[in-house]
Write a protein that binds this ligand. Sequence first.
Ligand SMILES: [Zn+2]
Length: 374
Amino acid sequence: MVKVSTDFDGGAVSIISAEQADNIQLEINKDNKSCTRQWFYFAIESTSDPLQRIRLVNADKVSFSGAWQDYQAFASYDNQHWFRIDTQYLDGELMLTLETTAEKVYYAYFVPYPLTRHSALLQQVAAMPAAQLEVLGQTAQGRDITLIRLGSAAAGAKKIWLIARQQPGETMAQWLAEGVISQLASHFAAQRGDSVPTSFYIVANMNPDGTALGNHRTNANGINLNRHWATPDPLLCPEVYWVKQAMLQYGVDAFIDIHGDETLPYNFMQAETQHPFADQLKLALAELDSHFQTEYDYSNVAVGCGAGSCGTSCGQQKATSFVQQQFGVASILLEASFKPLQSAEQSRHWDHEAAKQLGANLANTLLAICSEID
Ligand SMILES: [Zn+2]
């Protein structure tokens, strides 16, 4: 017996055939209302053959054509502990192979960050004395858009904004955000007074509807949030509308928008326009965390679009350009990889735990240099 299931938060794949565990054929889904196609997350139960071989037969139709080169998928036996597995891209198909040690195995494009974990994180934060939660509004499907405020309440405090996961398939963005939040929380809990007059405004999950639906880049209405910062429609993309309102209300002194990049085997930052604080942040973070580097970014490595890419929403405003134009401050895109990292011609391990650690190191770096924000 072979059973393929996706009936959980963020689950997404379609079944072509699943008679034998060593010859399962699946298709990567499109987002619910968009032509984007990239994210997969499913479970397979098999009582017969311990060898599971899964072919994602439309892998050549995804939005990012370079995504499968040197890529390794994730698997888990308990939906908690995840590891990379043997993954081959051949003749337009992505083949995942695992000699299993349990009957049920979960597979995913990157380690999922489900809404249950998001809720648990918000509950933890709510209990912290140095933190405040503010529900800014609701998504189309009625989920809260929640802003976390951490740090100094002083009127003159510098305001550093971080948002993550505008594109819900980029789950590493929220692992990173969790690392930032945990580290800031313990810093501010241990601290007496406002020796660092800085306040952090964090939206750890910009797209909870897309998270639940198993979308890769869009919300429940098929909107790519990071193309709608100029005039966000409160009904079509309330996520952007409410977060933008909060930015205008509270002000922004520095901004980081956390994403995942499908193609590049590097973690990097790219500022909207050159800014001394952004330069300083990059160098200091690279010093502290060997999973982060400053050599490669979009300015020197080309990224190609795939057969399933859709340009309908291109050309409209991204979050980093809105912040740069509105506030004239350091406005930074942080991209983390889906792939094992490349460094000095070697492959390096990269997963959700390393993403959390990078987040913690980012928090420490920001705390160390925040007095330099002008
Ligand atoms: Zn992104």
